[in-house]
Design a protein around this ligand. Structure first.
Ligand code: MEV
Length: 301
């Protein structure tokens, strides 16, 4: 059984598309896949949607599937069954987890050995179909697990938290499209290059400081850096009223910091709340938002 992780981005989304650093953490959920060599056309079945796609169909899932099959190498047709336990369109890296699980399962079935970076590279072929211009951070953390520091074009570096990072994750209920938000930021970059490049540089500094603070277990500092990262993301117009509300509620309930995570424009936010995750989740629930606790740094594989 091949596995891959969903994720949260702790620092650096959007700026990472433009060459800056991001820090991402795997969640203890994601996607699993099994594959076997068959005769005829390769086939992909995805649960819980019950969707079945043949590799030679004329749609994006088929194109993405075919790109992964080609990137993995070998020619044997395969039957792939994927099981997904994370919501799609929420900024939690559902698509990347699916792609990495497929790449690993297909490689196993074809007798090809893949490193984590190799699986991520194959999976990025899938991401390019859906997200246009992916930085590669989502597939990197889906493949590696744990916490990683990532820069486009480079290899993922592990970041070892200096203790368990107690996060709460909330879904705003607004579906988000990473592709749309990445395109929107690219338009702003074209319109106001100096301002937006400076914003990316600011986010880069926060990501690098954030990695050091995570390794040292300086949670108060990590929380403050998250708040600053959120403010810079808001200035890139990727926040929404609901994302602002859930971040405010988290801070009022005792979180040390909160920010949107992933592409924004809806989707999810995270809050760092040592000893207070239940209080934060309760505050969100009272306002009609569903969330869950994610303890990053506890062993997950
Ligand atoms: C999405 O999880 C993160 C973004 O930075 C897009 C990317 O890195 O490809 C918004």
């Amino acid at each position: 059984m091949a596995r891959a992780f969903a994720k949260v981005i702790l620092f650096g989304e959007h700026a990472v598309v433009h060459g800056r650093h991001a820090i991402a953490a795997a969640l203890d959920r994601g996607a699993t896949a099994e594959a076997r060599v068959v005769e005829g056309v390769s086939r992909l079945a995805m649960q819980p949607w019950g969707r079945v796609t043949l590799a030679d169909e004329d749609d994006d899932v088929a194109r993405a599937f075919s790109s992964v099959l080609e990137a993995v190498g070998g020619a044997a047709p395969v039957d792939v069954a994927v099981d997904v336990v994370v919501p799609g369109g929420a900024g939690l890296g559902c698509s990347a987890a699916i792609a990495v699980a497929i790449a690993r399962a297909v490689a196993d079935a074809r007798g090809i050995s893949l490193t984590d970076d190799g699986a991520a590279a194959c999976a990025n072929a899938w991401e390019r179909v859906f997200h246009g211009n992916p930085s590669g951070v989502d597939v990197a953390v889906a493949a590696h697990g744990g916490v990683i520091k990532f820069q486009r074009g480079g290899e993922a570096r592990p970041v070892v938290p200096g203790g368990v990072m107690e996060l709460a994750v909330v879904y705003t209920g607004e579906p988000s499209s990473t592709k749309t938000m990445v395109e929107s930021v690219a338009r702003q970059l074209a319109r106001r290059p100096q301002v937006v490049e400076r914003t990316f540089d600011g986010i880069d500094t926060l990501a690098l400081k954030g990695a050091r603070a995570i390794e040292a277990g300086r949670w108060y500092e990590v929380g403050q850096l998250m708040d600053l990262n959120h403010a810079l993301l808001s200035s890139l117009l990727v926040s929404t009223e609901k994302l602002e509300e859930v971040c405010r509620l988290a801070r009022e309930a005792g979180a040390m910091g909160a920010k949107l995570t992933g592409g924004g424009g809806g989707g999810c936010a995270i809050a760092l709340a040592p000893g207070k995750t239940e209080a934060v989740l309760a505050a969100w629930r009272a306002a009609g938002y569903e969330g869950f606790a994610a303890h990053i740094g506890s062993p997950i594989r």
